[in-house]
Design a protein around this ligand. Structure first.
Ligand SMILES: [Zn+2]
Ligand SMILES: [Zn+2]
Length: 426
């Protein structure tokens, strides 16, 4: 693969220093940071955004200092996140009150206007109800019997981070991984993005599992569902009280009446967002600490480096999908997705160190974003590397890694074929 790469040397247009260019990556200058972040959004931020950014940066740094000090590595909910939970419960309380009202009208006013009121309130409450994510219906889904070795590995990591394992493992085509609960009984779903899994070493995979399962032991999924559903309910409310585009006189009057509820809804959503931001960022630091405990500090940091260049994996897979449109004789194997994961791994291994460094500097320059649920990667990395490095509590062994690979072989084939046929995200 690297044979096809065009490497040249040219002077930096800004400072004249010598830069090595690689046709597959952004050309930039390590001496003066020329072109370090060409994808950076254009334009100067407004006053409100600048204020929000500085607020986010300040609280991000305080959070980092607090977490790095190690004193708060126990799962703990701060005042803001307790307030967020209270607010979310109040939002769901309104839905419950509507449902109770519907029931009351149904019982006391059967046959008359009460029935109409009951139906109205009942339908309203139904649209505002909390929802649970279902199991994915289109991708490979593994249960314990399908992949005993992978589930055993997950169990072992779960025990290290102080929780139980998962009930279902789904495999998809994202360069990511996630956890959630998918029903009222709190059954657990772990979603592994195969492009991420495939480019990690067995030890790094253990760190990744440590991070994801750490979200369970910190109570983040429960918290996320409660708050997420409240935000969803508020969005539905906002839709109901939105002013019409071209109001008649009557609508205009109704509009005026709805002004107060509208402000209340907007205010509650904004407050809930603010209160949750800190908790979700903190949760990521705690999950990173779990990653280090399970897979070692070194492996956890390596996973983060992988995230730095994850866009490159996406670009490579897209290119494979596009290449399929122009099938040449003799490339039938490629078109069926054969060897896709091996080519992805080779591609990631060929990324020059300069690209990692560029991403690191670009991230540091962009700083905290206002609405991101994740702290900037360079801060997560710094936090991870303060203090004595942790050894791995779960050590990868080659035999097990091979058995896990064998269990994932089916999913690997299905997804490779689908990626080259339909592209990513199908
Ligand atoms: Zn330069
Ligand atoms: Zn996370």
């Amino acid at each position: 693969m690297s044979a096809a790469v065009e490497e040249k040397v040219r002077p930096c247009p800004q400072c004249g220093a010598e830069i090595r260019t690689d046709s597959r990556f952004t050309t930039w200058c390590a001496a003066c940071d020329w072109n370090v972040d060409p994808e950076k959004p254009e334009g100067t931020p407004g006053r409100v955004e600048r204020w929000q950014r500085s607020l986010a940066a300040r609280h991000g740094e305080r959070l980092l200092a607090e977490v790095a000090a190690g004193g708060s590595l126990r799962p703990r909910r701060d005042t803001a996140s307790v307030a967020a939970q209270g607010l979310a419960l109040a939002v769901h309380g309104v839905t419950v009150a509507l449902a109770a009202g519907a029931l009351w009208f149904l019982v006391t006013g059967w046959g008359g206007a009460g029935t109409v009121a009951a139906v109205f309130l009942g339908v309203l409450a139904w649209t505002l109800r909390p929802r649970f994510p279902g199991l994915p219906d289109d991708g490979p889904v593994l249960r314990r019997a399908d992949a005993p070795e992978l589930f055993a590995l997950v169990d072992e990591v779960a025990a290290v981070v102080g929780t139980r394992g998962v009930d279902v493992i789904a495999v998809d085509d994202e360069v990511n991984a996630s956890v959630t609960t998918y029903d009222l009984r709190g059954r657990r779903l772990l979603t592994l993005g195969l492009p991420l899994w495939e480019i990690l070493t067995p030890q790094q995979r253990i760190a990744l599992l440590g991070h994801e399962l750490g979200h369970y032991s910190n109570g983040d999924t429960r918290h996320g569902l409660l708050v997420g559903n409240a935000l969803h309910s508020l969005t539905t409310w906002r839709y109901y009280v939105a002013p019409p585009a071209d109001p008649t006189l009557v609508e205009w009057a109704v509009n005026l009446l709805l002004l107060v509820p509208r402000l209340l809804i907007e205010g509650t959503s904004a407050l809930l967002d603010r209160l949750t931001l800190r908790a979700t960022q903190r949760a990521e630091y705690l999950a990173d600490a779990m990653a280090a405990r399970a897979g070692s500090t070194g492996a956890a940091a390596a996973v983060m480096d992988c995230f730095l260049v994850s866009d490159s994996a996406t670009v490579m897979l897209r290119r494979e999908a596009n290449a399929r449109q122009v099938v040449r004789p003799g490339s039938a194997g490629r078109a069926s997705g054969d060897g896709l994961w091996e080519r992805l791994r080779a591609h990631m291994e060929s990324i020059p160190p300069g690209e990692y460094e560029r991403q690191r500097r670009a991230g540091a320059a962009r700083g905290h974003s206002v609405d991101s649920t994740h702290p900037p990667t360079h801060l997560r990395r710094r936090c991870l590397l303060t203090g004595a490095p942790l050894p791995a509590a779960v050590v990868a062994d080659a035999g097990r890694a091979a058995r896990v690979d064998a269990e994932l072989a089916g999913a690997r084939d299905v997804l490779a074929r689908r990626i080259v046929r339909d592209g990513l995200g199908h």
